[in-house]
Every structure is written in C-alpha cells, then in structure tokens.
Design a protein around this ligand. Structure first.
Ligand SMILES: Cc1cc2nc3c(=O)[nH]c(=O)nc-3n(C[C@H](O)[C@H](O)[C@H](O)COP(=O)(O)OP(=O)(O)OC[C@H]3O[C@@H](n4cnc5c(N)ncnc54)[C@H](O)[C@@H]3O)c2cc1C
Length: 289
C-alpha cells in the first residue's frame, strides 16, 4: 500500500485524481484503521493531517467556520462552540472516549457518512453547509445534499471536505442532543435525536422547531412533518405524544446488531418527546401540562 502526506489541499487533490478509486483519505484514522485491520486495504492512503490550517475553529460571517481536521475534543474544548453552538458541543461531549475524541476529526465523522455519526443530525438541524473542494474548483452545499447514503457523499472518490460553515442559531434558541446507546458515550448511537427551537415573543408557543434524527435512516434526516406539527403551538401532553409518534413515522430504521428497527422507532418517539419537553421547559420556564 502506498502512503502519501500532502502538504497542501491541491497536492492532496492531485493525488486523489491520480489514484482514483484506489486512494483513501485518512485524517484521524479511527474509522480507516479499523477498516484496514478488519476489511479491505486501499491501494494508497492520502494522509491529510499535515495540511496546515485545516483544523481552525473561528467566528466567520455570522457563524462558525470549522476546519475538517478539528478533533472532536477540540470542538468540546472550544468556548465558541460551547457558547454559540451548544447542540454541536453536546454531540461532541457524548462522543466515545477521550482517547477517541482526541484523535477523531469532525471531517472524518462527516465523510464517513455513517447514519449514526454523532455530529451529523446536529449539523442538519443547525443548517450547516459543507465546503467541498475538487481539483477543478470548490463549492458549498447543505448537508442534506452532501449525505447520499450510508458511506456515500457528494465528494465521491476525488473530493475533499475542506470546511464546515455553521450559522449562529437564532438568539434565545434552545437545543438538546440526546443519544441512546447501550454503553452510553462509549458506544455508537443506536439512535440520536437533535431538537432545537425558539419561543414566540410572549413565550406561549414554540417557533422554528427543528428535529434531526440519526441512525434511523440511510442518512441522517430532518423530520419536517413533525417540525411543522409543533411549530407555532403551545406544547401540551397530547401534542408531545403526537409529535413523538410522528417523528417515529418519519424514520425508517433497520434491524442490525445494535437494535431491532422496531425498538429504534420507539426510541425515536421517546427521545423526540423528551427533547421537545426540555426545549419547552427551558424556553418558557413551564412544565408541559
Ligand atoms: C472505539 C471507537 C468508538 C467510536 N465512537 C464513536 C461515537 O461515539 N460516535 C461517532 O459518531 N463515531 C464513533 N466512532 C467512529 C469514528 O471515531 C468517527 O467516525 C470519527 O469522527 C472519524 O474521524 P477520523 O478523523 O478518525 O476519520 P478517518 O478514519 O480518518 O476517516 C473516516 C472517513 O472519512 C474520510 N475523510 C476523512 N476526512 C476527510 C476529508 N476532509 N475529506 C474527505 N474525506 C475525508 C476518510 O477517507 C474515511 O472514509 C468510534 C470509533 C471507534 C474506533
């Protein structure tokens, strides 16, 4: 297996062009090294960790620019992320062990495109954009278009994720990321649910409710019917129950070694209800009646 350590994005892209499907990008390697050990070895590895400035986390254009090489622990340690993107911070905080968080990058989590990737449902809810670069140019696209299936992204085999742009959430919004896994943060999510909302002026109703679901469809997904069901309304017990069932109906979970699909549907229902209740309480100061 050949091994390259390009020092620039353009050098990395020309290696990807040159080696095509034979090349695999490696960043932190927490997924790639497991693959090499237990399944196929690529023809060559293109290690992008030596490219400078791809791990920045900084305020930019009314939001946060995150470099793909920022590690999950760097996100967790960032005051900017904790204070301005608490949803992403919560996902980073519930991500595996410190050893893994120290090595794993957000870009690797995104480009792996596992439906259970911890940061993916939060990025959909935050309406973040992917900065993708090919040898013939760069573009920005929403993550809804970037994720195309399990392990499939719009990068194909010749593109690099070179940045993540996350707009600041609306002032006064509240967000929660809830992960269900057998061994808590140490385990890959069986289900992950991200909920974000604001309250109306007199705090009698939720506005702009956004719900993201992880590990329950071929890609992370939003739950648009459930968002529309609860946006602009006061939450009561009946509406919360309806919303949980609605979110479950918007998921399409499979059965695998971690869980049956049926159980995942129940967890989507439960976590959606819990996320909405927590947002309601934080935004209005009241329990759901
Ligand atoms: C013990 C253990 C526990 C784990 N727990 C969790 C968990 O709790 N939650 C979770 O979500 N994941 C978990 N993972 C999975 C893994 O750690 C994450 O997916 C991690 O974020 C991958 O990042 P990385 O930098 O290590 O990626 P790598 O392994 O280097 O790469 C992953 C994929 O992304 C591609 N890639 C990386 N960067 C780029 C880029 N900039 N442009 C284009 N392609 C790129 C690579 O080619 C590869 O296909 C765990 C893994 C292990 C081994």
């Amino acid at each position: 297996m050949d091994y390259f350590e390009p020092k620039t994005v353009s050098e990395a892209l020309s290696l990807l062009d040159q080696h095509g499907d034979q090349a695999e990008v490696i960043a932190g390697g927490t997924d790639v090294m497991v693959d090499i050990k237990y399944s196929d070895e690529p023809g060559c590895l293109v290690n992008i960790k030596r490219i400078p400035d791809l791990n920045a986390i900084r305020e930019s254009n009314g939001g946060v620019h995150i470099g793909p090489l920022a590690t999950i622990h760097e996100l967790e340690e960032s005051d900017l992320v904790r204070e301005r993107l608490p949803l992403l911070w919560q996902a980073a905080h519930q991500f595996a062990s410190l050893q893994i968080r120290n090595t794993a990058t957000i870009g690797g989590n995104i480009c792996r495109a596992s439906p259970s990737g911890e940061t993916l449902a939060p990025l959909l809810v935050l309406e973040a954009q992917a900065e993708v670069t090919f040898s013939d140019g760069a573009r920005t696209e929403p993550f809804g278009a970037f994720f195309q299936g399990p392990g499939q992204t719009s990068l194909g085999s010749r593109g690099l994720l070179t940045g993540i742009s996350v707009p600041f959430p609306a002032a006064g919004s509240h967000a929660v990321y809830l992960k269900h896994a057998v061994r808590g943060p140490m385990d890959i999510a069986m289900v992950g649910v991200a909920v974000m909302a604001t309250a109306n002026g007199d705090k009698t109703a939720l506005d702009d409710v956004r719900i993201g679901l992880g590990a329950v469809a071929p890609t992370p997904v939003r739950a648009p019917k459930t968002e529309a069901l609860v946006s602009g309304k006061a939450l009561d017990a009946a509406l919360v129950k309806e919303a949980g069932a609605s979110a479950a109906s918007e998921s399409s979970p499979i059965t695998d070694q971690r869980s049956s699909g049926e159980y995942r549907g129940w967890i989507v229902d439960a976590l959606t209800r819990r996320g909405l209740e927590q947002c309601w309480q934080a935004l209005t100061g009241k329990e759901v009646a």
